[in-house]
Write a protein that binds this ligand. Structure first.
Ligand SMILES: Cc1ncc(C[n+]2csc(CCOP(=O)(O)OP(=O)(O)O)c2C)c(N)n1
Length: 388
């Protein structure tokens, strides 16, 4: 007997950018389609820069989003200001679409608290990136419960990887979302790897989407390399959630083209042939081919786009590098809404110490961003503020 539950799978574009399904009416808008492409390119160029900044010791560990741009761009382009994002660490694209500034993302990965204090009103109520695997799924259900109690028309989106779907937190979140019919959309970035653990041994379930069925709600699979497919299904899921029709799980099938993080070396556990084959499926080339085939994209537009994105990325890097060092006491900020008395005392002590050190040797108490440690690529822990 098969353990497979037949669930929908959506794909409109094949890897060459040819149509393999009938596009919905919303996709008649070629301005929108070009914009989705532009956003994927911007994400990729920023991502490449972030990796380069880690390699030169200017930020700590970074989790590249290479190959998964379609998923994040689709989600972020569809969420409304009043929706809430509860992300994981590979959500650079969604955050950029939500108005999080590139320099804020760099500050975050540099271990700077200012990187989670988003300035854009669109992302003010979004959560910071969650590094502990799958815990964000429960936070999302908490937010969705509040929205439901208040009778608001808002949706919560939470994301995770394929490995995260094995965690108790994830399964508990599905359970409560189904039991209470919460307005939450779970998006699983099935990029085939959880660090060095391949999808085939991650779970006995033939699809990860079917995990929703056990919790009493609908799940689907989507080609996560096809931005049009992801856009279509996320749009539908968000609309349902906002109208009180309960949760949805979308499993987006993609591939992690980069290392797990800059502290990883994926050549140790996966073959060059596998990665080469995955590059043939990646999302940006296929969308470019589709747009070019419809005569709305050409080499001139491509060059102008790349130049524009590079300007934006460089301006963000300049802002990041001139942000200065965060105050030492920031290590205690953002932990409690109402401070316990003991922590207040510790903060005072810390400030006194900083003041004393500052008096005896000006500048010494405020350290610059951490520098790269030699051989960082092989280290399992980060050189910055995060551990994986
Ligand atoms: C609770 C917890 N356990 C272990 C880790 C270490 N860890 C970091 S990433 C990762 C794999 C996650 O893989 P997946 O969920 O597939 O997401 P991906 O990184 O592939 O996007 C693990 C085990 C962690 N961060 N948190």
């Amino acid at each position: 007997m098969s353990n497979r539950i037949d669930l929908p799978y959506t794909r409109f574009l094949d890897p060459e950018g040819r149509l393999v399904g009938e596009l919905p009416a919303w996709a008649d808008d070629f301005n929108l389609l070009s914009e989705l492409y532009r956003r994927m390119v911007l994400t990729r160029l920023f991502d490449q820069k972030a990796v380069a900044l880690q390699r030169t010791g200017r930020i700590g560990t970074y989790a590249p989003t290479l190959g998964q741009e379609a998923i994040g761009v689709a989600i972020g382009s569809l969420m409304r200001d009043e929706d809430v994002l509860v992300p994981y660490y590979r959500d650079t694209a969604v955050q950029l679409m939500r108005g999080v500034r590139m320099e804020e993302i760099l500050l975050y990965w540099g271990g700077d608290e200012r990187g989670s204090d988003f300035q854009d009103p669109r992302s003010k109520e979004d959560f910071p990136i969650c590094v502990p695997i799958a815990t964000q799924a429960l936070h999302a259900c908490g937010v969705a419960t509040a929205i439901k109690i208040r009778g608001q028309h808002r949706a919560v989106v939470t994301t995770c990887g394929d490995g995260a779907t094995s965690k108790g937190d994830f399964l508990e979140a599905l359970n409560v979302a189904g039991a209470w019919q919460l307005p939450v959309v779970f998006v699983v970035n099935n990029n085939q790897w959880a660090i060095s653990v391949p999808r085939r041994i991650q779970s006995g379930a033939p699809t990860l989407a079917q995990k929703a069925i056990g919790a009493g709600f609908h799940g689907e699979q989507v080609d996560g390399n096809d931005v049009l497919a992801v856009y279509d299904r996320v749009q539908w899921a968000l609309d349902r959630a906002r109208h009180g029709k309960g949760p949805i799980l979308l499993e987006c099938l993609s591939y992690r083209l980069g290392d797990h993080t800059t502290a990883d070396d994926a050549t140790r556990y996966r073959s060059a042939e596998e990665v080469k084959a995955a590059w043939l499926e990646e999302p940006i080339k296929r969308m470019q081919a589709f747009l070019a085939g419809n005569r709305v994209w050409d080499e001139g537009r491509e060059q102008a786009l790349i130049a524009d994105c590079q300007r934006q990325v460089q301006a963000a890097v300049d802002n990041f590098e001139s942000a200065g060092v965060q105050p030492v006491e920031a290590v205690l900020d953002h932990v409690y809404a109402r401070w316990p008395a003991a922590l207040g005392e510790q903060r005072e002590m810390l400030l006194e110490r900083v003041a004393r050190r500052e008096e005896s040797s000006p500048g010494a108490a405020r350290h610059p961003l951490p520098q790269a440690v030699e051989g960082d690529r092989m280290c399992s822990s980060s050189s910055g503020g995060h551990h994986d």
